[in-house]
Ligand binder design. Structure first.
Ligand SMILES: [Mn+2]
Length: 274
């Protein structure tokens, strides 16, 4: 078994409208970045209202000060705040969705980080057929993946559980989608909460996905910090080691008002498992 070379990351939301969402830290980027560093994290993953919002916030100064890396930037605020998706029946909304994500890809690339497409994949319904939605999604991923590649980074695509999308729920469906693309710059984000709902075996699915796995949302079965649910993490960590995974275990968990507690618990689990 190869030695593990994972890194730790923790999520920070700067979107108050996402209240109740699975983020460990909320608001106050400088304070929470310093706290993440002092607790021992390698990186932060940021969920922000927009690229322009983040540009004005001094992200580079706080990364420089703390020595933290940027693991990834989420794009889901396009959905939460503006109801944008890449598979919407209205072409003007699909165009706005690509532009919203494109700006975040550019900004993330400045920090050598990928952007994440999760909820922005949308869902098919009404006048939009499943094949039509997939055609739009593939076209968007090709364009946005090429953009990321041109900037020397990757794009992450996240399967979501059945209550959040009817497009890509499982890891093998994500692999099939990525293998149908013309770009090779898109990797799967495996969120262990979603996988726990949808997979027969998360560890076997990870082994089959192999090189396509680019990022992990590290969270327990009930979407609380790792170790505070009933997930069996050992075979999952073994599977990640077996495929030579070298990315982040990024804590994306509900913290119920105690970000520091959830962050500490995540690191206890991380240090026990990795
Ligand atoms: Mn996630």
């Amino acid at each position: 078994m190869p030695a593990a070379s994972f890194s730790s990351s923790v999520t920070l939301s700067l979107v108050p409208e996402a209240a109740g969402g699975p983020f460990v830290f909320w608001g106050d980027l400088p304070r929470n970045a310093r706290l993440a560093k002092s607790l021992g994290f390698d990186a932060i993953e940021v969920f922000a209202p927009s690229a322009s919002f983040l540009k004005n916030l001094g992200l580079i100064e706080i990364l420089d000060e703390t020595g933290l890396r940027l693991a990834a930037l989420g794009t889901g605020a396009g959905w939460v705040l503006h109801k944008l998706t890449l598979t919407h029946s209205d072409s003007s909304i699909r165009i706005k969705s690509r532009a919203f994500i494109s700006e975040l890809i550019e900004l993330a690339a400045d920090y050598r980080a990928p952007a994440i497409i999760g909820s922005m994949q949308g869902r098919f319904d009404g006048s939009v057929s499943k094949p039509q939605a997939f055609e739009w999604l593939r076209d968007a991923l090709n364009q946005l993946g090429n953009q990321a590649a041109a900037r020397g980074t990757l794009l992450f695509f996240e399967p979501l559980n059945r209550y959040e999308t009817n497009l890509v729920n499982r890891i093998d469906q994500g692999v099939a989608l990525l293998e149908s693309l013309e770009t090779d710059a898109v990797r799967l984000l495996v969120d262990l909460f979603h996988a726990n709902i949808e997979e027969v075996s998360t560890s076997e699915a990870i082994k089959k996905a192999g090189r396509h796995v680019g990022h992990i949302h590290f969270v327990d079965s009930n979407r609380r910090a790792a170790g505070w649910g009933q997930m069996d993490f050992k075979p999952i960590i073994e599977a990640l080691k077996a495929i030579g995974y070298q990315g982040y275990l990024s804590a994306e968990a509900q913290s119920h008002g105690d970000g520091e507690g959830a962050a500490k618990q995540t690191l206890t689990a991380y240090n026990t498992l990795v």
